[in-house]
Structure formats: C-alpha cells, structure tokens
Design a protein around this ligand. Sequence first.
Ligand code: ZN
Length: 343
Amino acid sequence: MYQLLCQIFISITGKNLPEEAFDVLWPLLQGSRKGREDIYLGITDYSRQTPHQILLGSIPCQFYQTWEQFLELKKKMRTKQWKNRYYRDSASRLFVSAPVWESKTIWIDRTYDNPMTRLNYILYMKSERDKQIVLRNINQYGDIRGVDISWMSCCVFCGDFMRLRSYSFKNEKLDIEKACKQVNRHGYNYGEKFDKIGRRNTSGLPLCSLCKDSKDRQEKYRMNMLSRGDWGESLYHERDEQYHRNIGDMYPKPDMSEVSGDIKPIWKTPYEYCNGWELTDPLSEWFWHPDLTADEYMRWIEHTKLSDLEDLLDDDLYDQFEENPEYVVEDVIEYIIQKLEEE
Ligand SMILES: [Zn+2]
C-alpha cells in the first residue's frame, strides 16, 4: 500500500512522498473506499500548500452557514470582479497568479452559548511578491481582511517551510487568527483549555527538528531569525540580517572578560533558555546579542544567573525576611545606629 501511495503521490506532484506525510495519511488507509478517496484529496491538499499563506478574516457569516451559501461564496471568488479587485497589481495593472491552492475548513465554534458555524479560508500564493500584492489589495478594499499567517509554518531559525506543521495547523478546528496572535504574544498558544497545549506541533513557535537540537544551526541562523518587529503588538515580523545588525549595533555587546571559560551550560542550545522571542528582543534579559556565539551566549546567561544568585546570598538582610517584619525593622534601625556610632 505504501508503494502504491508513493506512486499516486509522484503521479500527482512529480515528487517523492515525504516520509512524515505517511503519519498523516496512515489512519485514512485503514478505512473503506471512501477513506482511499480521502487519501487522494489529502495528498493533493498536503502537496499544494505553499509557504506564502493568507488567511481570509471577517468573511460575512451569511456566506457559510449552509452548503448552498458556501457554494455562492466560491462562485463569487471565481468572478471577474473578484479577480480584478484582488489579483491585479495596481502599479503595473498586470494580474498576479491566482492562488495556487485554497483550503477551507468549516467547524463549529462552541465557545459561546449559541454554537456558531465558522470558516477558516486560506489562500496559498505562488510567491512572496504575489502574497504581498494580494494582501494589500484585500486590506485596501476592506470587505474582508487578509492576515499573513506564513510565519506560523516556517522555522524561526532557518526559515524552512514546515509542510506537515502547516497541514496540521490549517486543519485545526479553531480560530486560526486568534491562535496566531497568542503564539505571537507569548511564544505558545494557551488554547481554550490547558490540556490542548502540546497535543500537536502547532501550539508554539515554529521550530524545525534540525534547528531544535543544534546549537550550531541556531548560531548559523541567528541573523536570519524571525523576530517580532513591534514586540508582539501586531502580527508584524522581521526576518532580515540588516534588522538584527542594526539592533546589535545599538546595544552593547556583553563583556565576556569576566565570564569564566569553565562554565558548563545546563542546556544544549540557546533556544532552550527562553521562549524564543526573547532571544531577539534587546530589552529582554535573555537577549542573544548578535556578536555572541551560541556557546558565549549560554555561558553569559549562566554567568548572569549565577551572579544574580550570589548577590542575593551576599545580602546581609536576606535571612531576616523569614522573621517577624517588626523585628527586621528594629534590627535595621539598630544596625544604622551602630554604624553611626562607629563613625
Ligand atoms: Zn530550522
């Protein structure tokens, strides 16, 4: 069956079936003829995705409460008026490529007293340029909104497109824009319930398996890292060497001269020390200054955390916090009087 699947995949896509796709499609292989038809759709759906993704937000709900209404919407999206409005570059007046694939997930939102039918509609564009033009057009007209969700499926370090993650994410029956905002704000998605965290590989920042465990790769791609250009206020991101260079020039490089070379970091990679966004945030205590190697960064963090602890232990008053506050105040006053008398 696996061989057959590979052949179907090659005939549709012209490429070999990625190994991880098998995990997604395996449950479908266990079923009936209907299951096998679903495989065909699944493979197509999986392989046609591109890294240039636009989520359509605020589609009026009267377009997807029934199947007939939804067909009307699809018809509307094939009209000349729609194409002229959204798929044409206003500067050159030329058409960009229409989306190479579209994904539609209809689901029931039960977070309110009255369950609501909801729709996640995603356009997959051929290139970054096409995506930017279509996004601008959509948001200019204002009937619906375009939300750039591409970053959710590209590794924060190397930027590689994570097809399986993208596939799982688009199939999620949840408010995708809200999930993006959560991940953008906190580095991971709290979800409606805590038990949802980590169930799939879509609830946190996108991180490919190669970069996850490799400090060398994290160092190599430090200047290519995805960063929140406005510290999480909106879904605005930067991934640009010059951007990181400018920040590196604005903030002083940590002084490594006092950091012992003997420190053995407790974690294997910089990413493990914080939630990811903080690595590129110069205002964070976990900021990875671009002029530090991965090893230097980890030793620096261990050093600062260690000296914080020593500062705390050196504090003469530290032990007294356990005691009755009244005595602490008395002790402090006594200490001051003593000091004054000594002088
Ligand atoms: Zn990566």
